[in-house]
Design a binder for this molecule. Structure first.
Ligand SMILES: C[S@@+](CC[C@H](N)C(=O)[O-])C[C@H]1O[C@@H](n2cnc3c(N)ncnc32)[C@H](O)[C@@H]1O
Length: 236
């Protein structure tokens, strides 16, 4: 872990206190930085996540790693009751300020503060990659979901076209940290972002891990050529 005047970045072993502190450091400008670095694509990725969950009015959906609640707010547009949980109090406080009507609470993906089978659907956007035990988190998501309930994981993935993949990786490792220096409140966190995306399993490998953690009918769909993948599954 290295420190900067503005904050700090986590290392790839993703210790929870480092991850939480890193997100505390980006919280103030998280929503803006996201939209700038993704060229505005983040909005369509969130809409696609909501659609993939197939939410109905009155259903209960949990958004894990909700951060500022930007992903939770989108889910509520379906008429479902959406609640967000996150490890970083800085992200939660930023969300409470900007989205006071979105229910957000402190909670660790590895030990969620909910009883078994509490939700009709669970989702995790751009957060599973930051949890230090992916398989345990997927199993914990299954625990709080009712049998037959749905999971959608929205996460950075591997672009399918080799030429586009080369351009994208160059953006990730060179341009993204430079742009982050201009807009983020903790630019170092975006070096971690690039490294953690490169180290993340591809679409098929993540699908296999979801299937091994209590989920069935696993499928995925690529967004923006595979920059992001939506993995869907149903609780066994
Ligand atoms: C990149 S942000 C994503 C926020 C939001 N879901 C979105 O789509 O923009 C990742 C979030 O995951 C949270 N996080 C990381 N590890 C976590 C854990 N073990 N339990 C709960 N949240 C965690 C971080 O605090 C951070 O707010």
């Amino acid at each position: 872990m290295s420190r900067t005047p503005q904050g700090q970045r986590a290392s790839l072993d993703k210790q929870p206190h480092e991850v939480a502190a890193m997100f505390d450091g980006v919280a103030a400008r998280y929503d803006l930085t996201n939209t700038v670095l993704s060229f505005g694509q983040d909005r369509s990725w969130r809409r696609a996540t909501r659609a993939a969950l197939g939410l109905r009015p009155g259903e209960r959906v949990l958004d894990v790693g909700a951060g500022t609640g930007v992903s939770t707010e989108e889910l509520a547009h379906s008429g479902a009751y959406a609640v967000g949980a996150d490890l970083s109090l800085g992200m939660l406080f930023a969300g409470k300020r900007t989205r006071p009507s979105v229910p957000l609470l402190a909670g660790d993906a590895l030990r969620l503060p909910f009883a078994d089978a509490s939700f009709d659907a669970v989702t995790i956007s751009f957060a599973l990659r930051n949890v230090n035990d992916t398989d345990a988190a997927l199993a914990e998501l299954a625990r709080v979901t009712r049998p037959g309930g749905r999971l959608v994981v929205c996460e950075f993935s591997t672009p399918v076209n080799p030429a586009f993949r080369t351009v994208y990786l160059s953006y990730l490792m060179r341009s993204l940290p430079a742009v982050a220096r201009a807009v983020s409140s903790n630019p170092d966190a975006y070096v971690y972002l690039a490294e953690s995306i490169r180290a993340w399993p591809d679409q098929a490998a993540l699908a296999a891990r979801i299937g091994a953690a209590g989920w069935g009918r696993v499928a995925w769909r690529n967004l923006t050529g595979g920059v992001v993948a939506l993995h869907r599954a149903v609780r066994n």
